[in-house]
Write a protein that binds this ligand. Structure first.
Ligand SMILES: *[C@@H]1O[C@H](CO)[C@@H](O)[C@H](O)[C@H]1NC(C)=O
Ligand SMILES: *[C@@H]1O[C@H](CO)[C@@H](O)[C@H](O)[C@H]1NC(C)=O
Ligand SMILES: *[C@@H]1O[C@H](CO)[C@@H](O)[C@H](O)[C@H]1NC(C)=O
Ligand SMILES: *[C@@H]1O[C@H](CO)[C@@H](O)[C@H](O)[C@H]1NC(C)=O
Length: 462
């Protein structure tokens, strides 16, 4: 039993040794597929491995690479399929093909120039080490599918979720660069002012290249809903340059901002009218915003919701504000004042009334001064008339009030200094006042004159 097993083991080992010495192992590493842009070039990154490669190199006089399209079945009778022969640099069907790599260092990276749509095909790398068939093989296990397109591959923009304001975020944009000799030019637009841009050519895992650009910034709430664009232009030799663009909307999360109140119809209100206060605010997210209304000096809130409508009462005047919240914070609006219209009127009435009271005081003061002067005058003529002091005073008082025009003429001659006072006195004419104080007058005037009307006149109006 164990001897039989041992025999089987020997046979397997010897077979394995035999086969490895018979057929050399080889493989190539190149992308399975690549998309090229028509009119541009395509670079195929390529390395290979052949067993005992160093030994073979020593025995070979010449080592060269070839590119064969369409079939892995190598057929010299179909030379059109041999697009490139490195031994004599034979190129078929292409304007130019350049093998960048050094095959004696296991490199086979190749550039196909001015590639066109009808170049789309499956391509194989082939290595020949001559003479005497040191090594000849097409790398059938590593085909590459070159597909040529008239439009570039779409750009890749990092999917950016919602970002919190004032936190550092990065957005990156990458574009395939199948022709690194003529790399695409990448630019950004509509990015936040503070953004720092870094751009470089980057190697992908399959060794093909891409242009990778990253912007880093701290978004402000003003950047919310901004459409950031990444634009890439591919230079081409045999057709016009081509541009692709991709756009992403920035979504910034932030607590309420710019909170303010709009008062409709006006901030001056009168009792019995309806007033609507609307609280405006910016926030993100905006669907979970909640509004609370307050009045200065009152502990309790007045209402919820972005609008508050109420019928104005006597105590409605004052300062109002709203408080807006979302899940990222809250903001208080500036306070707006509701002014009662009645309050305004009473202010006017108060002012006018005050002025009239002053005028009355002035009037009384003038009369009083006149009385004093008359007294002095009568004293000077006492000796001539023979009247007693007191009798004379009484007479003057009466005449100064009820018969002032007659009094004035004599007064003016004796004391000319008093001219101004006399003129003022003349302006307040009681007979005129009475005619002015009639119900037909407009409200304002009536109010004004009502203060100087005699009580009897006021009663007459009712
Ligand atoms: C490449 O050219 C050389 C020399 O003309 C020739 O020996 C060889 O067979 C050719 N190989 C291919 C794959 O065409
Ligand atoms: C591809 O098409 C162009 C004309 O459009 C032609 O000149 C060229 O030979 C074609 N190449 C191949 C490999 O078919
Ligand atoms: C961004 O693009 C979207 C969709 O095209 C559009 O609805 C939105 O208004 C744009 N934003 C700005 C700020 O232009
Ligand atoms: C005030 O609003 C109430 C309720 O909407 C309405 O019934 C009333 O007619 C309004 N008053 C005025 C003066 O507009």
């Amino acid at each position: 039993m164990s001897i039989f097993a041992f025999m089987v083991f020997i046979v397997i080992i010897s077979k394995l040794l035999h086969s490895s010495s018979e057929t050399p192992k080889f493989d190539a590493i190149l992308p399975r597929s690549i998309t090229a842009l028509s009119g541009s070039c395509v670079e195929i990154p390529c390395t290979f491995n052949v067993s005992d490669f160093e030994d073979r190199l020593k025995t070979a006089d010449i080592t060269f690479g070839c590119w064969i399209k369409e079939t892995d079945h190598f057929d010299l009778t179909k030379p059109d399929n041999i697009v490139f022969n490195g031994s004599q640099n034979i190129i078929r069907g292409f304007s130019h093909i350049e093998m960048l790599g050094n095959v004696s260092q296991r490199e086979c990276t190749t550039v196909f120039y001015d590639i066109m749509k009808n170049h789309s095909d499956i391509y194989y790398f082939r290595l020949q080490m001559e003479p005497n068939k040191v090594f000849r093989a097409t790398f059938v296990n590593s085909p590459i599918n070159i597909s040529v397109s008239d439009v570039p591959m779409p750009l890749e923009l990092t999917p950016l979720q919602e970002v919190m304001e004032e936190t550092t975020v990065s957005v990156s944009c990458s574009a395939e660069a199948p022709c690194p000799k003529q790399p695409p030019k990448l630019s950004w637009s509509n990015i936040p002012k503070s953004a720092i841009i870094t751009t470089q050519l980057q190697e992908k895992p399959d060794k093909t290249q891409s242009v990778f650009s990253q912007i880093t910034f701290k978004p402000s709430y003003m950047d919310h809903r901004k459409n950031i664009s990444c634009t890439v232009t591919y230079p081409r030799n045999t057709s016009n340059d081509i541009t692709v663009e991709t756009t992403m909307m920035l979504r910034v999360l932030f607590p309420p901002k710019e909170t303010h109140i709009i008062t409709e119809p006006s901030a001056t209100v009168s009792v019995g009218t309806n007033v609507t206060l609307t609280c405006k605010s910016k926030a993100s997210p905006s669907n979970d915003m909640n509004y609370t209304w307050y009045k200065r000096g009152e502990q309790r809130h007045l209402a919820f919701g972005d609008q508050m409508t109420f019928s104005v009462g006597k105590t409605s005047g004052g300062w109002y504000f709203c408080m807006v919240k979302n899940k990222h914070g809250a903001q208080k609006s500036e306070e707006v004042q509701l002014i009662m219209e009645g309050y305004f009127i009473s202010l006017v009435v108060g002012c006018v009334g005050g002025v009239l009271v002053l005028l009355l005081l002035f009037l009384l003061a003038t009369i009083f001064r006149r009385l004093l002067r008359t007294k002095a005058f009568s004293e000077s003529i006492t000796g001539e008339t023979g009247l007693s002091d007191q009798d004379h005073k009484k007479h003057v008082q009466i005449s100064s009030i009820y018969n002032n025009s007659a009094y004035m003429t004599s007064e003016e001659r004796v004391i000319p200094k008093d001219e101004d006072d006399v003129i003022h006195y003349g302006e307040i004419d009681f007979s005129n006042l009475k005619t002015n104080c009639t119900p037909e007058k407009s409200l304002g005037q009536e109010t004004v004159y009502a203060l100087v009307c005699s009580p009897g006149k006021a009663m007459n109006r009712d």
